[in-house]
Design a protein around this ligand. Sequence first.
Ligand code: FAD
Length: 376
Amino acid sequence: MDDGAPGVGPGVHIHESVVIGAGQGGLSSSFHLRRLGIEHVVLDANDHAGGAWQHRWDSLSMDDVHGVADLPDAPAPGGSGERANEVVAEWFDEYEQTHELPVLRPVRVDTVTDEDGLLVVHAGERTWVTRTLINATGTWTHPFVPSYPGQRDFAGEQWHTVAYPGSEHFRGRRVVVVGGGASAVQFIGEIAPIAEVQWVTRREPVWSEGRFSGREAIEAVERRVREGRPPASIVSVTGLRLRPQELAAARTGVYERRRPMFERLERDGVRWADGSFERADAILWATGFRPAVRHLAPLRLRSPAGGIALLPGTRDVQTSVTSALDPRVQLVGYGPSASTIGGNRAGRAAALAVRRGLSPGSTPAGVPPGPGPRES
Ligand code: FAD
């Protein structure tokens, strides 16, 4: 399906759209593109279906997740004690097959360039030329670890959420868990009953009974991306809650013994600005992820505020998807739509934006005239 040609040239097939990423956002986008009759291909870096979910830690069960939203036309698997990384991956796999979505894998996109008004998607030696692009690459491939002095001097182990080895690994050891998000709270829930845990966060955690997809929280992130600021994670503005799974840990008082961020790492532990010291065998950085958008750098979509500014969507939340600087490019699962329900809504909004961009007579800047969508 890819042309293999090194860019734009005579005889090269020009796609109406290319979707990068086959997580919830990419699958929803592909479903809606197909429904609108828009020819496209989905490029995904993984060997198998399942988006980032297939890589989540083994102890994360379907009862532990905040809730996985339905895909268009396919109800999500419900809560259970089964592993989320298996259940969701199988569900995605079946979805791709049932809807005959045109997913190619493994294809890791390196860069997207603009050549003669067309977008060229590069993956190693392979290229795809397209009039429009939907980027749905999530965050999982870009784990974020903040830097602190002495990080290299620390003699113990350092882990990030992305590689969490399970609670048993930490049994009987002294563990510093860093981060004020839901993952940190969950890891502490698992580890504190069997290890000595010190929790540290940069900011005072916000506890709430709020739901993960609370409208206010989403709107707050939406405002940030319209202003071109880097998006905050939705959970960072929704608040945290302790679930029954965390109550045993809570009884140890571990959540109340939280401390502010330490100032530096030393060989055997961490030290705070007031001189106090905590010995540690391991540090678990539950410090989140950043949007995986580096491959878009040649398109220069970033605003001076550091994020990719998106145009306002419809009145529905999570429909801001179109790059303000290049309306050929839609971002799904970015900022306010970085959740499973957000991926769904944004996927639909992105497909509609692609259709608008391809319509003869439409004037979104930079979209060369195409054959127009075939309504189905
Ligand atoms: P992903 O599922 O990350 O899929 C992106 C896909 O793009 C992957 O297959 C990846 O391999 C591929 N890709 C990345 N870069 C490239 C590239 N350069 N070239 C080709 N392919 C590429 N949301 C909820 O609604 N409920 C929850 O309980 C929940 N829990 C979460 C827990 C954690 C720890 C994290 C990090 C997120 C959680 N979220 C949750 C958010 C949610 O998982 C995602 O926002 C949602 O699944 C949408 O996924 P996506 O399609 O944007 O990305």
